[in-house]
Ligand binder design. Structure first.
Ligand code: MN
Length: 296
């Protein structure tokens, strides 16, 4: 018997899929608290409990075709750089089949190779990465490696991407300095979004009018800790559920002149005593898909 696919629907296979999920059970560079390698399988299992009718968007998720691709696990003692190169190679052909490719981590160091695969498949001069995250992830290197989860956004900005960072509430002094001097980087800190209605209005306007190629990366720790108690480095003061979904709806609703070239969801850590982590993650993936599938 074929095992149930994403959302408990039959797996449509790579060619027919409108949405392909690429499971990446990688926690090679985590700094505090492991367990994110178990997330893809737990999120797939939790997705069976997600309602197929999106009652907010009035979208029937069962009307789309999904493919849960073969997981790309790291080999024993494989160097992070070698593994991440294999992630890019695994993601590239998935884009060739068309549709939206979503990486399901795993830790945040997965984003640069996923972005590289997505940009190779979608021509265009400009690229905006939209990051939901508690941490800036702008370190030049961390724990002796430039491939750390703490460096992921720095690598993308260095390669020329524009970055819109949302929900940030933890950064080191050198990350703050980099941010100040980088014109391609806009940060909407969790504190300003909570305290300043003007900041939220500016963010919504920016997301609604964004054009060109867009890649979305969601670190689950962007959210309030009660929505992601298992994540490696939970940070208080995060985004509320409907707050984050306001931003995602604005960004993801199809619009002329804008193309969503890929997305990922990282840093989810399942725990033995609760299913909150993987269920929130599965629901979030379903919301991302429903927004992206809604009529313009
Ligand atoms: Mn992160």
């Amino acid at each position: 018997m074929t095992p149930p696919g994403f959302l408990d629907l039959p797996d449509a296979g790579p060619q027919a899929a409108r949405v392909t999920l690429l499971p990446l059970p990688f926690e090679g560079t985590v700094s505090f608290g492991g367990g994110t390698a178990a997330a893809p399988a737990a999120i797939l299992a939790a997705s069976a409990q997600v309602e197929l009718w999106d009652d907010e968007q009035e979208v029937d998720l069962a009307a789309l075709a999904y493919h849960w691709a073969a997981p790309v696990p790291p080999a024993a003692d494989e160097a992070a750089g070698a593994y991440l190169a294999r992630v890019e190679a695994a993601a590239r052909p998935l884009h060739r089949d068309g549709g939206l490719v979503i990486g399901v981590g795993g830790e945040h160091s997965l984003t640069p190779p996923l972005v590289a695969a997505a940009t190779a498949a979608h021509d265009g001069a400009d690229l905006t990465v939209v990051q939901l995250d508690a941490h800036a992830d702008l370190r030049d290197e961390y724990a002796g490696t430039p491939h750390s989860h703490a460096c992921a956004m720095r690598r993308l900005v260095e390669r020329g991407a524009r970055l819109i960072a949302i929900g940030i509430r933890s950064a080191a002094a050198d990350e703050a300095a980099f941010r100040r001097h980088c014109p391609r980087l806009e940060t909407f800190a969790a504190a300003s979004l909570a305290r300043d209605a003007g900041a939220e209005a500016r963010l919504l306007e920016l997301l609604a009018t964004l054009t060109g190629r867009v890649y979305l990366t969601i670190d689950i720790d962007a959210f309030e800790t009660h929505l992601c108690p298992g994540t490696g480095t939970p940070q208080p003061g995060g985004l509320a559920w409907w707050q984050a979904l306001r931003y995602l709806a604005c960004l993801l609703r199809p619009q002329p002149g804008r193309v969503l070239i890929g997305a990922d969801l990282v840093e989810v850590v399942p725990q033995p005593t609760t299913q909150v982590n993987e269920f929130v993650a599965a629901r979030l993936l379903a919301k991302v898909i429903a927004y992206a599938a809604a009529a313009p």
